[in-house]
Design a protein around this ligand. Structure first.
Ligand code: SAM
Ligand code: SF4
Length: 354
């Protein structure tokens, strides 16, 4: 296993082409190159989606969170160690104060080519305000979560959200030239009657669409995920009755498998952690807003990066902590949805982000 001393040190300037060529990257014990980091910038959110949070959530005290400057420093360190793709998520990333300062601070890494992509997963509520600024910071495509096009259902799923606001945000994203992928959690008895509508709407709007299976993460109060869970094998067979779905080898660096819809020309992705384990090609790690690095979405093992980050202005300790963590990345997760069991993972999705 490589350790931090095998890797380039020094100032966190975007690397030159020579540096890039010399860079071996972060390899886990199973030979997977880790080049994708997702960062949850806040655990807070302006929605309370029924599969994600309970209505009365306790959020972290603000002092626990990494500052915007610390988030930038960790991001830059990961980029220097070989991360090529950064996705910001939450909670709702666009409710974090001064979030554009973080994104703008990372734009030079995109410009130098050291970072291939910087992107975002958002509920879309603040997009009208931010879409153009995101495009200006170098984002090219974003994921927007939307489970229904029905106003009342939307209010019921998100508890606090307004569909109109998200639809306006989506138009702003289009206007700013951002490519949009809609993320839809497949929910039994809730949006299973809207699957065709969603495919055709995405086709008309020029959005790709990805369906996600409900994952057993965090207590959600009175709701029960067994009732919510709709396997994507079923979604796919319902869609296949109406649309011609052609297999596609399209990849975005994430876990989705894609098909192309002949009639719309759009793509549909399926993220199937429950029915199909996608771990063998996992290239990702996830950091929470407190600087805890999770090696796998479905496991509790994690490494604290906040202490090494705060204990020195140099990055040596931080880099060592990152390499030590990568050397522990597990082979895969073992999610189970069971009526009598506690969630497989106690933390909420909003802690590590989607
Ligand atoms: N607030 C942003 C949003 O909703 O897009 C980003 C964070 S949210 C946690 C990221 C994604 O996780 C969303 O697409 C959401 O639908 C999904 N999600 C949340 N809880 C989930 C769960 N238990 N199972 C599957 N997906 C979940
Ligand atoms: Fe908020 Fe996203 Fe969770 Fe919904 S899924 S409650 S929008 S963090």
């Amino acid at each position: 296993m490589k350790n931090s001393s095998d890797f380039q040190k020094g100032p966190l300037e975007p690397a030159s082409v020579t540096n890039l060529a010399a860079h071996p990257g972060m390899i886990d014990p199973f030979g997977r190159m880790v080049d994708y980091l997702r960062i949850s910038v806040t655990d807070r959110c302006d929605f309370r989606c029924v599969y994600c949070m309970s209505e009365d959530m306790n959020f972290l005290p603000k002092k626990e969170l990494l500052t915007i400057e610390e988030l930038e420093r960790v991001s830059a360190t990961f980029i220097n160690l070989g991360v090529k793709k950064l996705r910001f998520t939450g909670g709702e990333p666009l409710v974090r104060k001064n979030i554009m300062k973080l994104f703008n601070g990372l734009t030079p890494y995109l410009e130098s080519g050291q970072l291939n992509e910087m992107t975002l997963t958002t509920n879309g509520s603040q997009l009208e305000k931010y879409a153009q600024q995101l495009a200006d910071a170098g984002m090219r495509r974003i994921n927007v979560s939307l489970d229904t096009l029905n106003k009342d259902k939307f209010a019921a799923i998100t508890r606090w959200g307004k569909l109109e606001q998200v639809l306006e945000g989506l138009q702003a994203a289009k206007k700013a030239g951002l490519r949009v992928k809609i993320n839809t959690v497949a929910l039994q008895g809730v949006n299973d009657d809207e699957l065709h509508t969603l495919v055709s709407w995405c086709g008309d709007e020029g959005f790709d669409l990805t369906f996600i299976e409900v994952m057993p993460m965090g207590d959600i109060g009175n709701e029960d995920r067994v009732d919510q869970y709709l396997p994507l094998t079923k979604v796919r067979s319902i869609l296949g009755e109406h649309w011609t779905l052609n297999e596609s080898d399209y990849k975005t660096g994430g876990p989705a498998r894609y098909v192309e819809v002949k009639e719309t020309g759009g793509k549909i992705g399926f993220i199937t952690p429950m029915t199909h384990n996608f771990c063998e090609s996992c290239n990702r790690v996830r950091m929470t807003c407190t600087g805890t690095l999770y090696l796998c979405l479905g496991k509790d093992d994690a490494a604290d990066l906040r202490a090494p980050l705060r204990s020195s202005d140099e990055n040596d300790l931080l880099e060592s902590a990152i390499f030590e963590a990568i050397s522990r990345k597990p082979k895969g997760h073992d999610f189970i949805i069971d009526r009598d069991a506690d969630p497989s993972v106690a933390r909420h999705m909003s802690v590590t982000g989607g």
